[in-house]
Design a protein around this ligand. Structure first.
Ligand SMILES: Cc1ncc(COP(=O)(O)O)c(C=O)c1O
Length: 395
């Protein structure tokens, strides 16, 4: 039977994650994989959580295991809001809902806002999880080049002038996949553009707390005085991704809608997981933990960059992030990094090819993403040297 004929056209337009395909390829134990998008598992607070989970399940089993409220476990919701207000991201008047990761925050915002044909501006390259979410509601995606200081705003304005754009999606800090950070001026100008053309901004910030260099740049949300910016945050990268706890901060009217949609989506984020995050943050030095993660990633990033300087051909250029977990590399025009991946995997190294991050996933791409958070210093040294050989053979 051809079940495909029953699928909606929006779902048919969603792209299978090439990252998942790569995970199959790199599942072999002897591959040094720079393809991951996760924090270092040795930094997960698993021992602390083992104690907390046991305590919650023995002392508060009813609260932990019964249905919870859709808005989120109240203490965690309050604490997360306080952290956001304290960091200057939002005002006490904004509202916050706990979500099942930032992915759900993005998807719920998209579900509330987008219908077939609505225009969304995205960075080129961008995060496939968000592109697929927008696609699933039939949105039309317009990609805008990413410059070293953020999205090309002149190009964005050309699109805003001629298309009906409802939403501008950006990952302004330690972007995935580029590792780049949007300048303060561009953040202000982007908000002004959104005001001029009456569009909303979805600011996705999963990596912002993992800064190991340079100065903090204020969130776009922090400059928003009219409820135009929806902000997605997560504990995935600072604690652990499998715990699936994130949040969405926005104007109360938008959060009210998101809550209604979340209710039909998953009723609420698992309460035990929310309790574990809350208890960890209140009993332990969370800010110290984040600083430790950032330090480890800073060291791994510096090592990777110095190995790249030694082994990569001059024709391959790359970003130098001040935080997060990714470096984006650019090969000369005409090199297809998806084809080159097969050669890299033969030599036992892996990365994510650039087409994965594109609106047009089938077009060949000369960029590729490297992750530095999950590999050991030894793997970085060995893997980058091998990758350098592959690159030299392909320039
Ligand atoms: C840019 C970006 N947004 C959102 C997410 C989703 O994160 P979460 O695990 O909180 O759903 C990721 C995860 O890789 C990401 O890179």
């Amino acid at each position: 039977m051809n079940n495909g004929k029953f699928f909606t056209s929006a779902v048919a337009s969603m792209q299978a994650s090439a990252i998942r395909e790569i995970f199959k390829l790199v599942g072999q134990k002897d591959i040094i994989s720079f393809a991951a998008g996760i924090p270092a598992p040795e930094l997960f607070p698993s021992k602390e959580w083992a104690r907390i989970a046991e305590e919650m399940l023995t002392q508060k089993p009813a609260s932990a295991l019964i249905y919870g409220v859709t808005e989120g476990y109240w203490p965690l919701r309050e604490l997360t809001k306080q952290r956001m207000v304290h960091a200057g991201v939002c005002s006490p008047d904004d509202d916050l809902v706990i979500t099942t990761g930032a992915q759900q925050a993005i998807d719920l915002a998209a579900k509330v806002l987008l219908e077939a044909g609505d225009g969304v501006i995205v960075e080129k390259p961008s995060f496939i999880g968000s592109l697929n979410s927008f696609r699933s509601y039939g949105a039309q995606l317009f990609d805008v080049a990413l410059e070293p200081d953020g999205m090309d705003l002149a190009q964005a304005e050309e699109i805003l002038k001629t298309q009906k754009i409802k939403l501008i999606y950006t990952i302004p800090t330690f972007q995935n996949p580029a590792g780049l950070t949007m300048s303060l001026q561009k953040r202000k100008d982007l908000l002004a553009l959104a005001q001029k053309y009456d569009a909303l901004i979805l600011e996705d910030n999963p990596y912002g707390e993992l800064r190991f260099k340079g100065e903090v740049v204020p969130a776009i949300k922090s400059m928003d005085t009219e409820g135009r910016v929806i902000y997605a945050g997560t504990y995935s990268k600072t604690l652990a991704p499998g715990i699936r706890v994130g949040w969405c901060v926005a104007d109360k009217e938008i959060i009210d809608r998101i809550v209604v949609v979340k209710q039909v989506n998953d009723v609420h984020t698992p309460v035990l997981n929310q309790m574990m995050v809350y208890e960890y943050i209140t009993r332990h030095d969370f800010e110290g933990h984040i600083a430790e993660c950032a330090q480890v990633y800073g060291e791994r990033c510096a090592l990777m960059l110095s190995c790249m300087a030694e082994h990569f051909p001059d024709e391959c250029t790359y970003t130098k992030p001040e935080g997060g977990i990714f470096i984006l590399c650019t090969m000369p025009e005409g090199v297809d990094t998806k084809n080159m991946l097969l050669k890299a995997v033969e030599k036992k190294v892996a990365y994510v090819p650039g087409n994965t991050f594109m609106v047009d996933i089938d077009a060949p791409s000369n960029i590729f993403r490297l992750n530095f958070s999950v590999t050991t210093p030894e793997q970085i040294t060995t893997g980058v040297a091998i990758l350098g050989e592959v690159l030299k053979a392909n320039v």
